[in-house]
Ligand binder design. Structure first.
Ligand code: PRP
Ligand code: URA
Ligand code: MG
Length: 211
């Protein structure tokens, strides 16, 4: 697994506002969208492109287009949904798959309650969106679904990652076909599996408390 921690003053500024417990859902959603936009620039650095002819008002030249098959982006519902619009703004040609997952609060194991993905992801570049990489269970399970369906490369875009989750991903995906791009690596997980200092429950902060 290749890890890229974005190091940019604008990202740090927006992350600080996002972490602040006084930030309410409307601003929180806006900040998530802006951060995804900035992180996606890094996450799509290895996007496959192909040459195409283009005629400018002055001359004929060769440009680049995103290659077929089109990239697939998969937000992990719920919290990952908050990142989808921001990603699609930069990559409007992506197709979208969905995975619904929640952590069991006692075991911290992910439970999949929905999955809508193309059956065959052969030769497909995939992007996974989830703001939080805590134990790594949810992201690892999602990446594994995509690799099992034939995806060649998977890039996850996350906002906050715990060292424990990064280590878990590195152990499960030793190859460099899996990448993780994060805005910040935090200190640790607390006894409830929450990232410290983190930003709390991302799903709840985006959409309100769920049972
Ligand atoms: O790395 P992990 O230990 O697996 O934890 C991270 C997961 O926990 C959160 O989802 P949650 O289960 O709270 O569901 P939600 O998005 O519906 O709130 C988060 O959005 C990740 O999917
Ligand atoms: O800190 C955390 C850990 C898991 N999920 C969250 O939303 N926040
Ligand atoms: Mg949640």
């Amino acid at each position: 697994m290749q890890l890229h921690i974005a190091n940019h003053p604008l990202i740090s500024h927006k992350m600080t506002l996002l972490r602040d417990q006084r930030t309410q859902s409307p601003l929180f959603r806006e900040l998530v969208a802006e951060l995804v936009n900035l992180l996606s620039y890094e996450a799509t650095r290895t996007l496959r492109v192909e040459e195409v002819p283009v005629t400018t008002p002055v001359a004929q030249t060769t440009g680049l287009h995103v290659s077929q098959p089109l990239p697939l982006v998969v937000p992990i519902i719920r919290a990952g949904l908050g990142m989808l619009d921001g990603f699609l703004k930069l990559m409007p040609h992506s197709e979208v798959g969905f995975i619904g997952m929640r952590r069991n609060e006692t075991t911290l194991e992910p439970e999949t309650y929905a999955k809508r993905l193309p059956d065959d992801l052969a030769n497909r570049q995939c992007f996974v969106l989830d703001p939080m990489l805590a134990t790594g269970g949810s992201l690892a399970a999602t990446v594994q679904y995509l690799l099992d369906a034939g995806a060649t490369e998977v890039t996850a875009v996350c906002l906050v990652a715990a060292p424990e989750g990064i280590e878990f991903m590195e152990e499960h995906f030793p190859g460099d076909n899996v990448q993780v791009v994060v805005a910040a690596q935090d200190e640790c997980l607390n006894e409830h599996g929450f990232i410290v200092p983190g930003l709390g429950d991302a799903g709840d902060r985006l959409y309100g408390a769920a049972e």
